[in-house]
Ligand binder design. Structure first.
Ligand SMILES: *Cc1c(COP(=O)(O)O)cnc(C)c1O
Length: 227
């Protein structure tokens, strides 16, 4: 399926007007598709699978900001640590500690978003408020981590009332953590929420970064999209 240039231009201008960052989610899509948007000026791309991201990074322009938006296993952090721009799905202290360790090895500070559990469904990953608090306590010794904000995924439902409630909860929590003190950052301003189906609602609820795949690149051919 070809890249939907019309959608890209429309979404791009909507987001620019509201100061929201577009992460183009290119998982399962070929490098040619990524290049097409790159040539139109898009620089932020999101991927879910470590091997796929490593392969794509190797053959695409170096000024791309690669966002890792999937569920990251601790034993795979080392493969993306040299170049990843922002890790969205940090959902455990153990993972954060491993990212810190790999960041030290690569002599860099790695940008992270803490993924908060907001959906009603059991299958979604994320931290609850107690776990967030635990991470808050450990942050002072994680010198090579920069917490840039929060990320969340709403329930997979057509019911926009449910989605809105979940987004509003995340927005509230984001306001709270803005008052925490973090090493390596001033204020963790990023709130990553909203996908193809709910990005406008997410922006209404204060999102500053949306992750959009299928509206730009077409439907994906497999079903385990959320991994
Ligand atoms: C796949 C994915 C997206 C993009 O989903 P679309 O509905 O295709 O826009 C966004 N965020 C995460 C975490 C994803 O896994």
């Amino acid at each position: 399926m070809p890249v939907n240039i019309q959608n890209f231009k429309k979404i791009h201008s909507e987001l620019t007007a509201q100061n929201v960052t577009l992460v183009a989610v290119s998982k399962t899509k070929p490098v040619e598709d990524i290049n097409e948007l790159y040539l139109l000026g898009q620089r932020d791309f999101g991927e879910n699978y470590v091997q796929e991201l490593v392969d794509k990074e190797a053959c695409l322009p170096k000024d791309i900001n690669w966002h890792f938006i999937g569920h990251l296993q601790s034993n795979k952090v080392k493969y993306i640590a040299p170049f990843v721009y922002l890790i969205h799905g940090v959902d455990s202290l153990k993972l954060l500690q491993e990212i810190n360790k790999q960041a030290i090895k690569n002599n860099r500070i790695i940008n992270c978003l803490l993924q908060v559990y907001i959906a009603k469904e059991e299958s979604k990953f994320g931290l609850d408020e107690n776990e967030l608090d635990l991470i808050k306590q450990q942050l002072p010794i994680l010198n090579n981590i920069r917490i840039c904000g929060l990320m969340g995924m709403a329930s997979f439902t057509d019911n926009s009332k449910i989605i809105k409630t979940e987004f509003q909860y995340l927005q509230q929590l984001h306001q709270t953590i803005k008052n925490w003190s973090f090493p390596n950052s001033d204020i963790p301003n990023i709130l990553s929420m909203g996908m193809s189906g709910d990005y406008l609602l997410a922006i209404d609820c204060g999102s500053t970064m949306v992750r959009i795949g299928s509206l730009l690149f077409g439907e994906r051919k497999y079903t385990d999209l959320k991994m």
